[in-house]
Design a protein around this ligand. Sequence first.
Ligand code: SF4
Length: 351
Amino acid sequence: MDASGSQQLFDDWDDISDSEFLNIPSEQQSIDAFVISLLLLHNTVLLFSRNEEPLGQETVKTENAKGLKRKSLHENSFSPMQRFFKRHLSVTLLCDQSWCEMKTVYSLLKPFVKRKEMQQDTEAIKLLNMLHMIPLLEAGDRVREFPVFGVQEGVFVMGVIDELMYNQKGELVLNELKTRKQNSLPSSAQDKVNCFQVGLYKLLFDGLVRGEVKKDHVLNHLKLRSSQVLGAGIQAHAKSIGVQVTTFEEVVDALLITVSCSDLPCVDLLQIEYYHQGSSGPIGTRVAPFDEAQIRAELQGHLTYWKGQREPKGVDIEEAWKCRSCLYEETCDWAKNRLQVSDQQASHSSS
Ligand code: SF4
């Protein structure tokens, strides 16, 4: 996810300072809070079921309800400040409370409802930004951070292309920018990974312009309430870039039609530009080869793990040098087993 997207998502945490964030309650405290929340909801359910008792017991019922209510307030030794781990209250929260206190409490008890709505707006912004970039790219401008997605080998895959532009030959160039600590081009092993990355981007981008991405792919993957009306700010943003939409589904429709009916071709050239971290100077540019069959075969190999068809595997013996700079070397079973096997082979050959 890009920075703006994550910002949107985490705006929900606007009343938690950085230091508080680091002091987030332990797992046990979270479980306690969850149990407390359940108890609170349970009490509410009790209150409602009491209210459903037959007529004639109205006085008793009201008294019982009041009694329960009093009991729940007094029996629970935690104040809402403690219960919701609040050390301070934000102005936003207090304003929400002045709109409806119960709604505010629900937003704390059921934060995922709010998050889902926010996620919908976040995804809508990403798609609207894509819609904005398509005519710019068609007109010959360079566009940056262009999201791409689609179903590849049965799995929904997403990514963000660093740069897209036309070169002097009129070819559409996909440019990936990489920074390196060493002022030199990467090893062939790293280069292979980078070529796989840009190859995947090309598969995804080409799928979009060829009209292979369907609305259902996006909606099924994101699992958002696609017919829900977007926030007023998002609708205004859409209008400002000339798109008339009110729901997330309409944004998806607009994007898929625009990109597939655009003049954009498939990517012609894959490039990786390397820059030195210390000096920010260019190190060099690598043109990446594109062999669709090879990229698909590699992707299929990776997906067998994600689909649960095999256990994860470590590096081959020829690439054992990768383990020397790996954070997990000391605990990695794969590396340990490989070491045992090579020790056994060494003792066999010496005996
Ligand atoms: S130590 Fe294990 S996880 Fe790390 S590179 Fe080696 S095989 Fe992979």
